[in-house]
Design a binder for this molecule. Sequence first.
Ligand SMILES: NC(=O)c1ccc[n+]([C@@H]2O[C@H](COP(=O)([O-])OP(=O)(O)OC[C@H]3O[C@@H](n4cnc5c(N)ncnc54)[C@H](OP(=O)(O)O)[C@@H]3O)[C@@H](O)[C@H]2O)c1
Length: 342
Amino acid sequence: MSAIRVAVVGASGYAGEELLRLLLRHRQCKVTAVTSRKYAGQPVSEVFPRFLGSGLEFSAPDARELAANCDVAFLALPHGLATEFAIPLLNAGVKVIDISADFRLKSPAKYKEYYGVDHPAPELLGKAVYGLPERYRDRIRQADLIACPGCYPTSSILPSAPLLAAGLVSPEGIVVASMSGVTGAGRKVDLAYIFPECNESVKAYKPCGHRHLPEIEQEMAVAAGVDELAINFVPHLVPTNRGINSTLLLNMLPGCTAERVAEVYQAAYGNERFVRVLGAGRCSDTKYVTMTNCCEIGYSLDKHTNKLIVTSVIDNLTKGASGQALQCMNIRFGLAETEGLL
Ligand SMILES: NC(=O)c1ccc[n+]([C@@H]2O[C@H](COP(=O)([O-])OP(=O)(O)OC[C@H]3O[C@@H](n4cnc5c(N)ncnc54)[C@H](OP(=O)(O)O)[C@@H]3O)[C@@H](O)[C@H]2O)c1
C-alpha cells in the first residue's frame, strides 16, 4: 500500500505540533503539507527544533493546493475557519479530520448560541461524524468528515457515557469540574496565560456557558437516550503545560453498585487500548497519561450523598486533540488503530 498523503493545516499551533510529533513516527503516512501563515517558507525545524531532519517546510494555507497534494487533511485551526478548507477539500475527495469545534455540534442553533455566528455550512453538521472512536468507531470507518471532540468533552464523555447508557446514574443533576493545563488555550501570547500570571495559581473560569458545555450535553444526552439534558460544567486553569482532570459528580440510581460499575466499564472499555479503568476507590492521575493517547478513569461510590464520583484524565493535546484525530485517521483508512500512537 502506498503511503497516505497527509496535510496538517495550522501546523504551527500546539495541536498541529503534537500531530506532527505523532505523524513523523507513523509508518504508513507521508506528511505532504504543513501550513502556517506566519512561518510560510521557513523550515519546520526552525520553529520546532525537535523536528530537525524532517525536511518539512511551512507553506501558506491554500485549500486548492492542499487538495491536490493530500488524501487526508487535519484542520488544527481556531474555530470558525474549518468550513473554508473543508468544503474544497471534501469536494476534491480528501478526507477531512477537524480538530476544532466547527462540526461537533449537531444543532446549528446551539452553534449560533455558543459561538455567536450562524454556522457557515449547517448542511455539513449532519454529515460530520463525532470522532470519539470508543463510541462511534463504525461510523468513523465510513466518514468523509470527522469532527474530533474537544479536550474537556473527551475527558467527560468517556467516563460518563457507559454509566448513563446502562442506567446506573441519572441524567439529571450532573456536575463536571475540570482542570486543564495551559496549552489548552493554544500557542498564543495573551496576558492571562503568560507564566507569571498563571504559575502558582489555580482558577475557575467561565463557570456558566463555556463553549464545550453544549458538546458535553449533546453526547451525554445521546448516551442516556434522552432528547436533552442540562449539566453544570466548571473549567479551571491549572499551572501545568499539558493534562486535563475532570471530576464528575453523578447521582446514583437504584442498582448502582461497585460491581455493576465495574461490569459496565469492563463491557465498554475492556477491549479498548486507549481507555484504562482503575478499580473502585482509586483516582486517576494526569502524570500517567501525559504524552499518551490514554484516558484513565477512577471511581468511588459515596453512600453518604448517593453520588458516584468519577475522575478522568487525559493529555489535552493527545487524547484530547491530535492523538484522537490520528486514531480516527487510522480507523478511517483501515490501519491498526494504535499506529503512531504507542
Ligand atoms: N490546545 C488544545 O489543548 C486543544 C485541544 C482540543 C482541540 N483544540 C482545538 O484545536 C484547534 C487548534 O488549537 P491550538 O491549541 O493548536 O491553537 P493554536 O496553538 O493557536 O494554533 C492555531 C493554528 O492555526 C493557524 N491559524 C490561525 N489563524 C489562521 C487563519 N485565519 N488561517 C489559517 N491558519 C490559521 C495558526 O498558524 P498561523 O497563525 O501562523 O497561520 C496555528 O498554526 C482549535 O480549534 C482548538 O480549539 C485544541
